[in-house]
Structures are given as structure tokens and as C-alpha cells.
Write a protein that binds this ligand. Structure first.
Ligand code: GDP
Length: 330
């Protein structure tokens, strides 16, 4: 185990835009040890004045939509224009296998070799809290001087909701010809999107992509807007060829300008802070509860009894809560 750096050292490192310090701080925030996480939270509290100025852009879409190709292309495009880009990948594979999506060397190879900072956020885990971890990593990146934070998540349902809790703008990447053209609408993903991009508009798919974009434009008019008053634009792009990136970025900036024009950005971020508070509180209360004497055994027993049909769920919950009267009074 590497020596744990004192908070002041990490703080100075991050302020000096040192990547190794940034990585170590994120590791601390992701730790399963409460002590580590408390240190990370202290660090974030100290650095908070340095945060909040980055463009926080989320990118979601079904597997194969071209998210990593798009992030690579957009990331390089932004770096060329003088931005400092951090990429946080919410990694659904890590919860099950302990492996990482970024272990696949073909993902974002060029961007990895560039000035960008790329980091997977493990999802799942004992306490959940993917949104919490990603948010903390994002704040640390901002404090380390990154002015664009791209957050990638696979669009499979719950993950977009978590994404919308972290970023200022959610971009949804779609592909034409994926069977049911308006698939994302049924699953409610489109309703969370602030910008929609139909990707792979290249080769003989250009016309098809344009048709799909027109279909989505029509369909979106019937849905409540993701951001009140904002008409979600639908554009076409090719991450592989790098076309449409300028329009994508223009729309992200327009969305931000729109949010800023009527206080929407503060409102959105305030709502996110409330949810961060709720999530952190829930995590802390659960963790403290589980540490109580005899609770682990009571939990395991109750779970087994529920699975075996020997105990109803409400009864099992009541029994577990009663298992720790001493702690409850603390
Ligand atoms: P992800 O799962 O959403 O991250 O998708 P990937 O970025 O890994 O891309 C999935 C596949 O689509 C890969 O084979 C890419 O090379 C390909 N792809 C991504 N973007 C484009 C594009 O704009 N045009 C074409 N033709 N292929 C693309």
C-alpha cells in the first residue's frame, strides 16, 4: 500500500495541478475505509472554492453508440483549442468483475496519450454511491485546473439519472438503424438529454442519420424539456471522422449560456447539492448502523430468513433495527 499523503500535501499538489496528487485524492474518496473518505471529504472542503467553474458535460448512450470514440474525438478537439480535459468513466464492469473498462486498451488510446486526465469511477460496491464518487472526483479534477469534465456512462436506465445529478449538461448519443429508431424515448433516456447527437453519420449512413435526427426532433417536441424553456437540439455527427464536434460543442455552450441567463445553473447545482447531501447522509447512516455490535450477524440472519420465506420483509427490517438498541441511543 502506498503511504497515505497528508491532506495538506495533497491539497498543495492539487492546487499545483499535479496529476499524481489528483489520482491519490480520488483513490482516497473511493476508499472503502471510512477514515480515508473522511480525509477526502476534508480535502474537498478545503478545495471547494477552486471548483465549480468547469463545463460539466455528461455523455450517455447504449453500448456501441460510440461514446468512447466521441469522447476521444471531442477531448482531443478541446485540447487543441486550449482546454484542459478530464474524463471520468462510470464503469459498470468494475462492480461485477473488479476489472476495468479502461483495461481494454483500444478505448481512448490517443486521448490517454494526450494531456487529458482519464479515470474510471467504479460503480456499485457495498454502499453504492456511484454518483457521490463521480461528483467528488469531478470536484477534485476542477480544483486541479481542468476546465472541462466529461463524464461517460452507459445508458442502461438508472445510470442516466445519476449522470443528470452530477453534470450541467447531458448529451445523449444515438445511432441510426439500431432497430427501433425511437428506442431511447420509451426508456425515458431522451427526456434527460439536453443535447441529442445521432452518431455514425458517415459513409452510406448520412441520410439515415439525418432521418433519425428529424424523427427525434419531432418526438422531442412532445416530451417535457430536460431543462425548462430549453429546446433540446438534435444534431448529427461522426465521432470516427470528427465531423459535427464543433456543433456539439456549440450546443453544449449554448445550453450553458441558457442556464446561466436565468439562474438555471445555480438552481440545477443547488438541487444537485441537496441530492449529494442526501446520498452522503444515507451512506454514512447505513455504514454506522452496519458497524453496530451484532448488526452484521442480525443482517445476515434476517436476509436468509427473508429468502427462505420464514420472515416477512417488514418484520425482518424491524428485527434488524431492534438488534442495536444501545447504538440507536447514541
Ligand atoms: P461505446 O460502447 O458507446 O463507447 O462505443 P465505441 O466508441 O466503443 O464504438 C463502438 C463501435 O462503433 C466501434 O467499432 C467504433 O469504431 C464504432 N464507431 C464509433 N463512432 C463511430 C462513427 O462515428 N462512425 C462509424 N462508422 N463508426 C463509429
Amino acid at each position: 500500500m502506498p503511504r497515505r499523503a497528508p491532506i495538506a500535501e495533497l491539497e498543495a499538489g492539487i492546487r499545483a495541478e499535479d496529476r499524481a496528487s489528483l489520482s491519490r485524492a480520488i483513490t482516497l474518496a473511493e476508499s472503502r475505509l471510512r477514515d480515508d473518505r473522511e480525509q477526502a471529504q476534508e480535502l474537498i472542503a478545503r478545495l471547494l472554492p477552486e471548483t465549480g467553474r468547469a463545463v460539466r458535460l455528461g455523455l450517455t448512450g447504449v453500448p456501441g453508440a460510440g461514446k468512447s470514440t466521441a469522447i476521444e474525438a471531442l477531448g482531443l478537439w478541446l485540447i487543441e483549442r486550449g482546454h484542459r480535459v478530464a474524463v471520468l468513466v462510470i464503469d459498470p464492469s468494475s462492480a461485477r468483475t473488479g476489472g476495468s473498462i479502461l483495461g481494454d486498451k483500444t478505448r481512448m488510446q490517443k486521448l490517454s496519450a494526450s494531456a487529458a486526465f482519464i479515470r474510471p469511477t467504479p460503480s456499485g460496491g457495498v454502499l453504492g454511491g456511484t454518483a457521490r464518487r463521480t461528483r467528488e472526483a469531478m470536484l477534485l479534477c476542477e480544483a486541479a485546473g481542468f476546465d472541462v469534465v466529461l463524464v461517460e456512462t452507459v445508458g442502461v436506465g438508472q445510470s442516466e439519472v445519476e449522470l443528470a445529478e452530477i453534470v450541467d449538461c447531458v448529451a445523449l448519443l444515438l445511432v441510426p438503424g439500431a432497430g427501433d429508431e425511437l428506442q431511447g424515448i420509451k426508456r425515458g433516456i431522451v427526456e434527460l438529454a439536453d443535447v441529442v447527437a445521432v452518431n455514425k453519420a458517415d459513409g452510406d449512413r448520412v441520410a439515415e442519420a439525418r432521418r433519425a435526427a428529424a424523427d427525434y426532433r419531432r418526438a422531442l417536441r412532445l416530451l417535457p424539456p430536460s431543462t425548462p424553456g430549453w429546446e433540446t437540439p438534435v444534431l448529427t455527427m461522426s465521432a470516427a471522422e470528427g465531423t459535427g464536434l464543433d456543433e456539439l460543442w456549440t450546443q453544449v455552450e449554448s445550453h450553458r449560456a441558457f442556464l446561466e441567463s436565468d439562474g438555471g445553473l445555480e438552481r440545477r447545482r443547488a438541487a444537485q447539492l441537496t441530492r449529494w447531501f442526501d446520498a452522503l447522509l444515507e451512506e454514512a447512516v447505513l455504514e454506522r448502523f452496519a458497524e453496530g455490535e451484532g448488526v452484521a450477524a442480525a443482517l445476515a440472519g434476517a436476509r436468509d430468513a427473508v429468502a427462505a420465506g420464514e420472515l416477512t420483509v417488514p418484520r425482518a427490517v424491524a428485527e434488524v433495527l431492534e438488534a442495536r438498541p444501545a447504538d440507536a441511543a447514541r
